[in-house]
Design a binder for this molecule. Sequence first.
Ligand code: TRP
Length: 370
Amino acid sequence: MTPIPATLVRPAAGPEPAATPALAAALARTAELDALIAASPASFTILTGDRPTGPLHVGHYFGTLAARVRLQQAGVRLFVLIADYQVLTDRADAGELSARVDGMIADYLATGIDPRTATIFAHSAVPALNQLIVPFLSLVSVSELERNPTVKDEIKTSGQTTVNGLMLSYPVHQAADILSCKANLVPVGKDQLPHLELARSIARRFNERYARGAAFFPVPDPLLSAAPQLLGIDGRKMSKSRGNAIALSATTDQTAVLIRRAKTDSRRDISYEPEARPEVSSLVLLAALCQDRAPADLAAEIGSGGAAELKRVVTESVNEFLRPIRARRAEYAADVGYLRQVLHAGNVAARQIAERTLAEVRSAMGTLYE
Ligand code: TRP
């Protein structure tokens, strides 16, 4: 198999300005963490996850996958969760999950996540993880769950008329994901910060109530992506389930068609102005990330070439950048037996770790009677 590209890009563009105190704190902490990780990678355990609602796309790649691979290569212990139970927050079509899960594992492996050292596993296969939700639910208030801005947003976007209990409580599930393997680092986008805050509260409250203030659970830190968010071709947030994303698994032709349809604006020249021209700037950024160069320079170069030239450059850059990833992905996708073997091994490892954590939790809570 072809080796992973050495240039696992640190995005050329800086992070967006801090909008809230929580975000500002997370950004400052991320800079500190970068130094701590470089000095002592083995003292960090990462857990990240994705809902298997569709194929992973370029937004995932530059937002989180590249960082996961970079951190894994630096020696950080990596758990990657396929959050299949979380799919049920806003849809009932669990039936299509197995093909999506296979595709997601192929995406992970193709982008360079190495199953020899990373643990790739699924919610539904780890009962001890799910059992942690029970004591954790007792540590949060209903109003805390109801005011989570990301959950509120998701309820609104999904257009649900009734909200199921899992939707409201999935951030607690997410705390169980993280704490089941005692992860202390969670690479996230801004939208996940409220969930991380809750996981941190649960860890602290558990430690106070059941461990006399000892560090039973680590209080996990968010590690914010340095890449500004890429928009979908319709100008809204790029999302696996909205049909507005360039999937890692798309063909070169599908990629060209999608980019041709991408929303731009009525100005003739091309510039990089994320605030004033979000759609054009997102396209410029995507090409710049693929070419590992500054978006403003790339925009200046295209200049009066206009939207047509911009789209040509974006299509070529994306297809060129993804070529080796897509070639590896095709090899993995053709071997479903191997994909399942990777998941099985990950599930076995995650079960062992979560069972140990649950036994410790029961002991700390005094609920081990046998
Ligand atoms: N909520 C995350 C998403 O929608 C997926 C997820 C589930 C996750 N459990 C997690 C992310 C734990 C980080 C940590 O993308």
